[in-house]
Design a protein around this ligand. Sequence first.
Ligand code: AMP
Length: 281
Amino acid sequence: MSAPIVRGLSELRAMVSGWKQSGETVGVVPTMGALHQGHLSLVRAAKDGCDRVIVTIFINPKQFNNPADYDNYPRTEEEDARKLAPFGVDAVYVPDGPTMYPDGFATNVSVGGLTDVLCGAHRPGHFDGVATVVSKLFLQTQADRAYFGEKDFQQLQVVTRLAADLDIPIKVVGCPTIREEDGLAMSSRNLLLSDRARVWAPALNTAMEEVAEGLLAGGDMATLRAKAVAQIERAGFTEVEYLDLRACDTLELLKTPSRPARLLAAAWLAGVRLIDNIAVG
Ligand code: AMP
């Protein structure tokens, strides 16, 4: 039996209030669909941690700074519902545009500081779009726990911050990045890669692993970075937007992994923007 699809907010609210009245805990997994094993690992974690699980699928126009990226984003609703069927999720919430952003919608949620760097610096407005839609999904679902992937590490920090700042009573749970066998982080955008580009794509993660090893061996970040960028570009990428070592909590730039640190990168391959991050140490 496939998971029940819920499109309306009042229907969702009625379902959730029934669960809450019975004292059940509710988990939410926000997604933009085109589901893969990375998303499904979050669903699994939510099923383990909560009595009831809602998966949301909404391709949020507000978080796309490039209209072509929004238009090209994979849309695979039927296949998504089929993939979710074995997990026994309680609702797949698929709101339409006007449900999320009715006429006259005028509110913007903006998280300062954390969003000034990395993807925030390269994708103007992206994190305002994320913060706004995630705030709405938290309030609409009234979930007790929300599951996000470390794949989008900066996003994970931003949503954790906004839940705390806005006193939304939800626990944000971060889950590890799921990868293909060759190391490529799973992503809905991988579907947009040609067969040739798909072969080149793991070079990003390979180079990052080498930088992490070099740092742990006492290497200099600037030297390691220059070598990695050259290696990534030689593999077929056209541009490395950033390849930074940053503090896990504040995303402050680091020269050495002197505190819990993360290596984060964004790079373009055949017109597709890929991001990845790994822990250092
Ligand atoms: P998206 O549909 O790309 O907006 O992603 C929805 C959620 O799935 C986000 O919390 C992502 O961080 C998470 N996610 C995406 N790819 C992966 C992956 N490879 N491993 C773990 N989580 C992921």
